[in-house]
Design a protein around this ligand. Structure first.
Ligand SMILES: C[S@@+](CC[C@H](N)C(=O)[O-])C[C@H]1O[C@@H](n2cnc3c(N)ncnc32)[C@H](O)[C@@H]1O
Length: 349
């Protein structure tokens, strides 16, 4: 059970390899990373026993930027019939598990396999329960099966409190019909990822004041208004009238990189398509100067060295805030709704 298997957005396998290799080197876990281009997955093959388990114990999944899901385990070849017996035999060397997720990769082949998974899940779950390999208990590890085809599966384990919040790391969010743009889901996903659900009432509270930079037509503003916040929407483009009619939005035609509110605000969010260094500097300035308490900013990724560049920008923010003696929490994730971008969250503590 010595491979760490990770899902990602297709095309970002190299970033996952770079990221996990850096962590493994720091934690002195020997091995190598590999990921076929556009396969939507990568793996870190550990050369010493217990390596994958150590990585999962020492790292918080939510702190990783590019992996969407992870699990430690091995690949298993499956026959065309009676796959359940083969899996049960392999699972004898695994601990009893507390939950079961069947997953596929985010590729066209993966989409085709999801039907098979839906049909297979019932019989597999029954057989596992009957054999005493599956018990409904969140303290026990989660059994994660990633099907690469009907004949090959990665049989993996992850702690239920240290893996993706949703199967395959893909959130089940319903597009709100009244929202003026699909990117509304990016901000909602960011909140799910960065803010524990039990803190939403206090950190996303009614009557908080938020600034939305690059707000038009208003998908992100819609989320803020939906939490009953007062929003200053900054954009030269027009905002959806339905949002203006709520009376909760003030629309300012100004440059988001120059605008500053007259008084400190609770939230700043920014979805302007800009060079990542400029967006990161904006985030750093708003939190560093106390203009807002919490912020979500989209960072467009450069063409090359995408992981290295994101790390460099995050380190710059961390160094600056530390040198000013500011306590903060910084997170960065390529969310499911992010394409060539990552989402940064910064909070002043
Ligand atoms: C990706 S769209 C934002 C979509 C928006 N978050 C939503 O959910 O509907 C980017 C917006 O940034 C605006 N923009 C670009 N440069 C800007 C700047 N310097 N200041 C303010 N807005 C800017 C554009 O007019 C555009 O409306």
């Amino acid at each position: 059970m010595n491979t760490l298997f990770m899902h990602c957005r297709p095309g970002f396998e190299g970033e996952v390899c770079a990221e996990i290799s850096e962590h493994a080197a720091l934690l002195e876990v020997a091995g190598y990373a590999r990921g076929k281009a556009a396969s939507a997955c990568a793996e870190f093959v550990c050369s010493e026993a217990g390596g994958a388990e150590k990585l999962m114990r020492k790292l918080r999944f939510s702190r990783l930027i590019f992996p969407r899901q992870w699990a430690r385990g091995d690949f298993v070849e499956l026959p065309e019939t009676d796959r359940v017996s083969v899996l049960l035999a392999r699972l004898e060397s695994y601990p009893v598990c507390g939950s079961l997720w069947l997953e596929v990769l985010d590729t066209n082949d993966g989409k085709e396999l999801s039907n098979f998974c839906r049909k297979f899940e019932g019989p597999l779950r029954k057989a596992l329960e009957k054999a005493g390999r599956l018990r409904d208990d969140p303290r026990l590890p989660r059994l994660l099966l990633t099907f690469k085809s009907g004949r090959e599966v990665f049989l993996g384990l992850a702690e239920s409190n240290n893996c993706a919040l949703w199967p395959m790391g893909i959130p089940r969010l319903k597009f709100p019909r009244e929202a003026p743009s699909r990117s509304t889901l990016k901000l909602e996903e960011a909140w799910h990822h960065f803010i524990p659900r039990e803190q939403w009432e206090t950190r996303l509270a009614p009557e908080m004041v938020a600034v939305d930079l690059g707000a038009a037509p208003g998908g992100w503003t819609w989320q803020l208004v939906n939490r009953h916040m007062l929003v200053i929407a900054v954009d030269n483009g027009p905002m959806a009238e339905s949002l203006m009619d709520t009376g909760l939005v003030e629309h300012l035609q100004a440059d988001g990189f120059v605008f500053r509110p007259r008084r400190p605000v609770d939230w700043m969010v920014c979805d302007i398509v800009e060079k990542p260094a400029r967006s990161a500097a904006l985030l750093q300035a708003w939190i560093g100067e106390g203009v807002c308490r919490e912020a979500v900013v989209n960072l467009k990724l450069p063409m090359k060295q995408r992981y290295a560049e994101v790390r460099r920008l995050l380190e710059r923010i961390e160094d600056d805030l530390r040198s000013r003696g500011i306590a903060f929490e910084l997170g960065c994730k390529q969310l499911y709704h992010d394409r060539e971008e990552v989402t940064c969250h910064l909070r002043r503590l």
